[in-house]
Design a protein around this ligand. Sequence first.
Ligand SMILES: NC(=O)c1ccc[n+]([C@@H]2O[C@H](COP(=O)([O-])OP(=O)(O)OC[C@H]3O[C@@H](n4cnc5c(N)ncnc54)[C@H](O)[C@@H]3O)[C@@H](O)[C@H]2O)c1
Length: 255
Amino acid sequence: MGERLAGKIAIVTGAGARGPGVGNGKATAILMAREGARVLCVDAQKDRAEETVGLIRAEKGQALAFAADVTHKADCEAMVAEAVGRWGGLDVLHNNVGIESRQTLMDTTEDEWDRVMAVDLKSMLLATQAAVPALERRGGGAVTCVSSVAAVRGAWGTAYAAAKAGILGFVVSVANQLAPKAIRVNAIAPGTVWTPMVEDLGPEMRERRRRAIPLGVEGTAWDVGWAAVYLASDEARWVTGQTLVVDGGLTLTTR
Ligand SMILES: NC(=O)c1ccc[n+]([C@@H]2O[C@H](COP(=O)([O-])OP(=O)(O)OC[C@H]3O[C@@H](n4cnc5c(N)ncnc54)[C@H](O)[C@@H]3O)[C@@H](O)[C@H]2O)c1
């Protein structure tokens, strides 16, 4: 067990994974627990959160599963109340939840747009609003929002790219507002990491994605998780309003 997050109480949203394997939220919850945090593993599907909790407890870490849909204000307030009620406070909110949309401009329906905006962007607002009073009571804390390189490159679906770019605006606005309360707010922009979320792309696309990465190595959810640990830890005490790009150099290449 590490100690980088010793004594901290963290919420990770979307801490389960949609399929076999390790997604970004699951890896982040496991790594935060390995570094000493008590982690509330939140997921709309509780069995998924429970699986992550089982893995953490098997390593003697501390975690609880909690069912919440972070597109609903009342659920966000309930998840914060659970962390505070069980453990006495909150230090870290890791806003991982996000769903993909691969639809182009002309194929994006109004329903698809609204669904992606609610899950990928509104959830950041609601979860962060719910967490701020608890973070403030601890004298400060860290909020990290998972964006994507889709926010700055043109190769992804329209609603997804727009929502992920929205997160970057959300982060700089909120970081500025919350700095006087010692609450740091940052984004992580993962590149083409291989997770259950993209499993359906298949082996050929997987290899194409890997070959496009300047470092030549496929990224995993653990790469994203380590970035999350850093931003949540006191090592990042002077870092706020930033986007940490974790992409093996993908955004260095031309479009
Ligand atoms: N895999 C990639 O290549 C990649 C790249 C860039 C960014 N990302 C981002 O990483 C994040 C998620 O990664 P993951 O690997 O953990 O994905 P995942 O699909 O495995 O999702 C994690 C969990 O989120 C839960 N969830 C979905 N909607 C929810 C809601 N409204 N409320 C509560 N829980 C909900 C799901 O039940 C699932 O168990 C997303 O924000 C995604 O956009 C992924």
